[in-house]
Design a protein around this ligand. Structure first.
Ligand SMILES: C[S@@+](CC[C@H](N)C(=O)[O-])C[C@H]1O[C@@H](n2cnc3c(N)ncnc32)[C@H](O)[C@@H]1O
Length: 486
């Protein structure tokens, strides 16, 4: 056999000798704890490692195996690998006689594992040589199989989620192998260190069509995933325009409205709005009925003005001034400067502070997104806490949640003066007034010193919070007060 194929066969044997189910799972789902691994190993086990070789004739394979003390079971025709090779190398299926041989590999002190040996006979000078060269280099068909012992819908569903969600594996197609009576789900991690674990096959006996369908739906090719990322700006703008037009409220207010009626309500062009609505449907913000009417999805409902949390202000901010500054991101990466400063002429906090409308939009956007961090109050141990300080806490939405969870605690909010003015006053904030009074007693040199300390504490003089000249007297004083209490 070709020396490269001999070496790849040896790799497969060595892989099976060095690996067991636990080691394999630890490699492909590194986030799992050893307790979780021990549980999973009870239901699923490493079954085989697969390799594709290209002998000049079938006698070569038997010789190569015999030299290693191995014997193959009877060959069977391959369906999946044959179809994959035909598609990859644009060959007709009839020209590819791909066979599968199962080769038991005895292992010291353990049950034997299998090599799934795929073979495509390639005679010298055959046009199929290109396939052999390509596959010897890329090893695209190498994979390992994990088998679920007891066929069980829950076990296969759980394993599918574990492999997809707890590591770098991505769903990569699957199907039902009628001949074997097996459901097979494939996963892929193109950058795995070892080529055998770049593709993992999860198999179980029985037919599970719903699970196969779900797996296929999640199997998005890399080029399509990248394309979705590259067109992220389109999604940002579509959501931004919907927010500007108050489209979510228009849809909610007229459940049976067509695109034409919605165009009238939102004062927009019918054709363009129809395209926008179709695009929003494709990204899951609205759904379109057969009658041509539209409904908000769970995502779309968050764009309504009175939603909780209300994400419309964030849509306006991210698709508005921040979107514009992101257009100059290259400048940031080239120079280390902030694109917003370069484009708008000053830092966004100063720029917004001078424009009440933008400032309000920013604070409202921050406040609504803070609702998503509400769980902080549940995960932080608040027992015995008597003071909660939110530095740069905006208009205090998070602080208020924290104080609701710790009613005995006092809250201290640090932010810029115009932002503090927008914070909802609460009895807890009486301390703020006291701090403001203290501020008037501080000399400029004390303030400068506090600024310097803050710069040292943040460790980066270019960071906004560490830039003394951008710190308000009030913030400096409040931080210095805080430091004094510690
Ligand atoms: C990204 S926002 C976060 C707001 C809030 N923590 C939240 O998560 O919703 C940053 C906050 O830092 C505040 N900030 C910026 N520069 C500041 C300064 N020099 N002193 C105090 N606060 C400042 C802004 O006003 C703004 O509220």
């Amino acid at each position: 056999m070709h020396p490269a194929d001999e070496a790849r066969l040896d790799d497969a044997i060595a892989f099976l000798r060095q690996t067991d189910t636990t080691a394999l799972l630890a490699e492909i789902v590194p986030e799992l704890s050893s307790e979780d691994l021990a549980e999973i190993v009870k239901t699923c086990e490493l079954r085989h490692a697969a390799v594709l070789v290209f002998p000049e004739n079938s006698g070569e394979i038997d010789d190569a195996l015999a030299r290693r003390g191995l014997t193959a079971e009877e060959p069977k025709p391959s369906v999946v690998v044959k179809a994959r090779l035909a598609a990859r190398y644009r060959q007709s299926l009839s020209e590819l006689d791909v066979q599968i041989r199962r080769v038991p590999v005895p292992l010291e002190g353990r049950r034997p594992l299998m090599i799934e040996l795929f073979t495509l006979t390639v005679a010298p000078g055959s046009p199929l040589t290109a396939i052999a060269d390509g596959e010897r280099e890329r090893n695209d068909e190498a994979h390992v199989a994990l088998a679920i012992g007891q066929p069980d819908r829950m076990a296969i569903s759980a394993m599918r989620s574990i492999l997809s969600d707890h590591g770098w594996m991505r769903p990569d197609d699957g199907g039902y192998n009628r001949r074997e009576g097996n459901t097979v789900l494939y996963f892929r991690d193109a950058s795995a260190r070892n080529h055998f674990v770049r593709r993992v096959e999860l198999l179980t006996s029985g037919y599970y069509p719903a699970i196969i369908d779900a797996h296929r739906r999640n199997s998005v090719p890399a080029a399509k995933r990248l394309l979705t990322l590259m067109t992220g700006a389109w999604a940002t703008q579509a959501i931004h325009v919907a927010a500007e037009l108050k489209l979510a409220d228009a849809i909610a207010g007229q459940p049976e409205a067509t695109a034409a009626q919605l165009a009238e309500t939102t004062a927009s062009d019918v054709d363009s709005l129809t395209r926008l609505l179709r695009y929003l449907a494709s990204i899951g913000v609205v759904t379109q009925s057969r009658r041509g009417t539209f409904e908000l999805t769970e995502l779309g409902r968050l764009l309504r003005i009175d939603a909780d949390p209300a994400l419309r202000p964030l849509a306006l901010l991210y698709g508005g001034p921040f979107y514009e500054s992101f257009g100059h991101f290259l400048h940031s990466v080239r120079t280390g400067e902030e694109a917003f400063d370069d484009h708008f002429g000053e830092h966004h906090f100063e720029y917004f502070a001078k424009r009440p409308e933008l400032s309000e939009l920013f604070d409202t956007a921050m406040a609504s997104s803070a609702a998503m961090f509400g769980a902080v109050a549940e995960v932080v141990a608040l027992d015995g806490v008597n003071r909660i300080v939110d530095v740069a806490g905006g208009t205090s939405p998070l602080l208020r949640r924290m104080l609701a969870a710790a009613p005995r605690a006092r809250g201290v909010l640090f932010d810029r003066p115009h932002v503090l003015d927008g914070a909802r006053p609460k009895p807890h904030f009486s301390r703020r007034t006291a701090l403001e009074q203290q501020l008037r007693l501080w000399s400029d040199s004390s303030l400068a010193l506090a600024g310097e300390r803050l710069r040292q504490a943040t460790g980066d003089s270019r960071k906004n919070y560490g830039r003394a000249e951008t710190l308000t007297r009030r913030t400096l004083l409040a931080l210095a007060q805080l430091a004094a209490h510690h």
